[in-house]
Ligand binder design. Structure first.
Ligand code: PAF
Length: 280
């Protein structure tokens, strides 16, 4: 695996590969890689000739009181994982390489960015949309790989690609979970042993929500049931439980077709998110 830190070098390396007809798969990450990221890299490896992974903790998508500085980083561990998963290129730029001067251009998908995550993290998706568009322009892949775990991010990226006519296929890879259902996340490392015991509740509640939806309950009823279950656990502070259309992020009343059940909750001080997409 080749490690590249500048945009110019990555472009120079990828151009001849692209010209010779090789397909390029791209997995954008913020590092501190786990089995969820490995699943993205594996999917890219299966479908593409060349696999590029980026590790860039993007300051633009963190709010002023969020964990940008303390976001977990472990470059050596990440490189070992990526070599084992047979990534071809690791693009690991410094912040100054991606943002050499303050941006005056904004990339935003406001319709999809203000609900759910956007209520607590109002600038988050502008930061995500901006960096994702920049990274896609740098790598110019045939396919880009994102995890379903960040369901709203998937909706934002899908709409960005479609609205801006980017000829890049979006591949969405299912959430990878621990045996007890907890969705893998780099932030799980923040959980104390007691909190770790409680954290699978998010997934359990989503499963209960799915059962209610499959039994014919409507959106508000499923949402209220999920909220009530989460409020019973003293170590959990609910941010939201929602029943939405997975593309528009709008609340759904009649539960037919594709439906996303989504939860965000603090377990202790750690904010966790999870979701399930149903086809009803
Ligand atoms: O999902 C993430 O890790 C980040 O939001 C992404 C897509 C790498 C953009 O910084």
């Amino acid at each position: 695996m080749q490690v590249v830190t500048t945009i110019a070098e990555l472009r120079a390396q990828l151009a001849p590969l692209r010209q010779s007809g090789r397909t390029i798969g791209f997995v954008p990450t913020m590092g501190y890689l786990h089995r969820g990221h490995e699943a993205l890299v594996r999917a890219a490896r299966q479908e593409c000739d060349v696999v590029v992974v980026s590790i860039f903790v993007n300051p633009l998508q963190f709010g002023p009181t969020e964990d940008f500085e303390s976001y977990p980083r472990d470059s050596e561990h990440d490189r070992a994982i990526l070599s084992a998963a047979r990534a071809d290129f690791l693009f690991q730029p410094a912040v100054e390489e991606i943002y050499p001067r303050p941006l005056v251009t904004e990339v935003a998908v406001p319709e999809l960015s203000h609900s759910l995550e956007g209520r607590t993290r109002p600038t988050h998706f502008k930061g995500v949309a901006t960096v994702v568009l920049k990274l896609l322009h740098i790598v110019w892949p045939d396919r880009a790989y994102f995890g379903q775990k960040d369901g709203q991010q998937v909706a934002v990226v899908r709409r960005l690609l479609s609205d801006l006519d980017l000829p890049i296929e979006l591949r969405v890879v299912p959430t990878v979970r621990e045996d007890d259902g907890l969705a893998l996340s780099s932030r799980n490392v923040y959980l104390s042993p007691d909190e770790r015991q409680v954290a699978p509740l998010l997934h359990k509640v989503l499963v209960r929500g799915r059962e209610a939806a499959q039994a014919g309950s409507d959106g508000p009823t499923v949402q209220a049931a999920m909220e009530a279950l989460l409020r019973q656990e003293p170590l959990v502070r609910l941010d939201y439980a929602a029943v939405v259309d997975p593309d528009s992020m709008q609340p759904k009343h009649e539960l037919t077709g594709r439906v996303m059940l989504a939860i965000a909750a603090y377990v202790g001080k750690t904010r966790l998110i999870d979701n399930l997409v149903l086809d009803l």
